[in-house]
Design a protein around this ligand. Sequence first.
Ligand code: HPA
Length: 260
Amino acid sequence: MKFAIIGGTGVTDSSFFENQQSMNVDTPFGSVEVMKADRGDNEVFFLERHTKGHKLTPSQVNYKGNIYALKKLGIDFVVATTAVGGVQNCRVGDFVILDQFIDFTKNRELTYFGEKGSGVVHMDMTEPYCSTLRRALAESMERCGARYVDKGTYVCTEGPRFETPAEINMFKILGGDVVGMTNVPEVVLAREMGLHYATISLVTNYAAGISETALSHKEVLECMDEMAGALRSVLLDLIDSMKPEIICSCSNSLAELNMI
Ligand code: HPA
């Protein structure tokens, strides 16, 4: 099988996979660099969301190019990672397997179907994240003894600034569990492409106003570093144990629109 890992902030090291080689995938949205590697009989493609050296802000990330590249590579399962602030129902150091999101972005291209002449597409988002992959991830978390929460609502902000305590209070009232800056439109584009896509959020800090101290990117990176070993174990376990049994309908999203 072919797996892709989208590495977010602080998840940049793919050296634990064998036979790594860098490659560029051409897309209508520009060239996308990925590291291709092996894990047993599986192929793993590692993509740094913010590019090497974290050069792009959340608003500048090439979401359309990244997801298009994974589709072109024929990836079976995509696991994305995101650093998040904890709002409720989680603790710093937890992994959260997202099941819902709320979109508070303001300046992003949210669909492949907006171009003139491409038609209007209203994609169903009842179950935004792949249930096949979410279940497999929860099983891997159990086997690895990782501290995790099996569902959570992600609030996506535009960034790059952190939130105000008033905003976090509003997100909490609305039912948000974690807050980050990059999961939208990635999750939406993945569904538009019919990919099996799930996200593990890593709670690196309590969100603004809940945290007793001011937030910093340094704190986020330090916590990501501490969680890196556990994340690696979970990802390797998932790849080694993933069965091709599908319980979701992610790959039918385009068929229903007669696009494939
Ligand atoms: N807010 C937004 N994005 C984040 C945070 C946060 O508190 N922590 C890590 N990424």
